[in-house]
Design a protein around this ligand. Structure first.
Ligand SMILES: [Zn+2]
Length: 345
C-alpha cells in the first residue's frame, strides 16, 4: 500500500472517529430498535474502527458499554487485590479465580456486544449470542462459588459428585434458550421471549441460591443466630432480583418513550445493578471462606478448570450449530423489509 493511500485511510478513520451523527428509530432497521428508545442510534454498515471509536461518543449504547467496561476493570482490581492479599486463604483461591474469570467474561462479552451489534444484522445476532454465552459464564461462576464456599454442608456432601457437570449443562442450556428466543421472535419482541430468557438462566439461579436456604431456616430456629449474619447473601439476592426486573421490564423506557434515549434506560440500570451485585458477591465469598466454609469443601482446581473449559466448548458448539438458522433469520428479515417497502411504494 502506497504512503498516500495509507494516509488517506488514516484520515478517513480519524474523520469517522471525530464526527458520529446518530439516527432516529425510524431511520434504522427494525432489528436494531429498542422499545421506548426513539433516538441516538448508530448507523449500520460502518467499519469496525467506527464502532470501537463510538465508545467515546454519545449515543444510545454509550452508557451500556461503559457500565460494563468500568465493571470489567473493577472486577479485575477486586480479583487481583484478593490474589495478592496475604490474609486470603490460598485453599479457596481456585473458587475466587473461577468466579473472577467468569465475571470478567460476562462484562467483556457484554461490552463487545453493545459496541459492535449495530454494524450488521449478522454481527448483531453473533454479538448477542456472545453476550448470552457471557451470562452463562456468570451463572456458572455463581454456581461454583455458592457450592464451594456457601452451600449448606449436608447438601454439599450429597451433591458433590454431580454438581459441576449439572451446572455446566444448565449454563449451556441457558445460553442455547436465549439464542433460540432471539432467532425465533422478531421485533417488537413479545414478552414470551423474555420468559425464555428468564426461565433458562432463572431456574439455574434459583436452584443454586436455594443451596443456601437451609442456613436461613436453621438461623431462624436458633435463638443464638441473627438473620443479619446472612445479610451478605440477602443483599446479593436483592440486587439480582432488582436487576432482573429492570432487564425484563424495559422500565422506565416504555413509560416515558424518548426521554431516556441516552441516559436512564432500564438496561443501563440493569448493568449497574449487575456490576454492584458482582462486587458484593466478592465480599460474600470472602466472608463465607472466613466464617462458614470447611476444609472438606476445598475444591479441586482441575475439576473447576474442566467445568469452565467444557462450558466454553459447549457454547462454541451452540453458536456454530445455530449459524444456518441465523442466515435463515437474516434472509426472512430482509424479505419482510422488501415486502414492506413494496407496500409503501
Ligand atoms: Zn447488556
Amino acid at each position: 500500500m502506497g504512503q498516500d493511500k495509507l494516509l488517506c485511510l488514516v484520515r478517513r478513520h480519524v474523520a469517522q472517529a471525530r464526527v458520529q451523527p446518530t439516527l432516529s428509530s425510524e431511520q434504522v432497521d427494525l432489528l436494531f430498535r429498542e422499545p421506548g428508545i426513539l433516538s441516538g442510534y448508530r448507523p449500520s454498515g460502518q467499519g469496525f474502527i467506527y464502532y470501537f471509536a463510538s465508545i467515546l461518543h454519545i449515543h444510545n449504547e454509550t452508557i451500556n458499554i461503559w457500565t460494563h467496561l468500568v465493571g470489567f476493570f473493577l472486577i479485575l482490581y477486586r480479583w487481583l487485590s484478593l490474589l495478592y492479599d496475604p490474609s486470603s486463604s490460598s485453599d479457596f483461591l481456585p473458587v475466587i479465580t473461577a468466579f473472577s474469570v467468569c465475571c470478567l467474561a460476562y462484562t467483556f462479552c457484554s461490552t463487545l456486544a453493545h459496541t459492535l451489534h449495530s454494524k450488521s444484522p449478522g454481527l448483531h445476532y453473533l454479538c448477542f449470542q456472545i453476550d448470552y454465552a457471557g451470562i452463562g459464564f456468570y451463572t456458572l461462576g455463581c454456581s461454583i462459588y455458592v457450592f464451594y464456599v456457601s452451600c449448606y454442608h449436608q447438601y454439599f456432601v450429597t451433591l458433590r459428585r454431580y454438581f459441576l457437570p449439572s451446572v455446566v449443562i444448565m449454563s449451556a442450556t441457558g445460553c442455547l434458550c436465549c439464542c433460540i428466543a432471539k432467532l425465533k421472535y422478531t421485533r417488537p419482541y413479545p414478552f414470551r421471549r423474555k420468559l425464555w430468557q428468564l426461565f433458562s438462566f432463572g431456574t439455574q439461579t434459583v436452584l443454586v441460591f436455594s443451596l443456601v436456604l437451609p442456613r436461613y431456616v436453621n438461623c431462624v430456629s436458633d435463638p443464638q443466630c441473627h438473620l443479619s449474619s446472612l445479610s451478605h447473601h440477602s443483599n446479593v439476592v436483592a440486587f439480582i432480583t432488582t436487576s432482573v426486573f429492570f432487564f425484563s421490564s424495559h422500565v422506565p423506557d416504555k413509560l416515558i418513550p424518548g426521554k431516556v434515549d441516552i441516559i436512564g434506560q432500564g438496561h443501563q440500570i440493569f448493568h449497574v445493578l449487575c456490576t454492584v451485585g458482582t462486587l458484593l458477591q466478592f465480599d460474600t465469598i470472602v466472608w463465607d471462606i472466613k466464617h462458614y466454609a470447611t476444609m472438606d469443601m476445598i475444591p479441586s482446581t482441575s475439576a473447576i478448570c474442566l467445568a469452565m473449559c467444557s462450558y466454553l466448548l459447549l457454547v462454541i458448539c451452540v453458536i456454530n450449530t445455530l449459524r444456518p438458522f441465523v442466515v435463515d433469520r437474516i434472509q426472512k428479515d430482509l424479505n419482510f423489509k422488501t415486502r414492506l417497502n413494496n407496500k409503501l411504494q
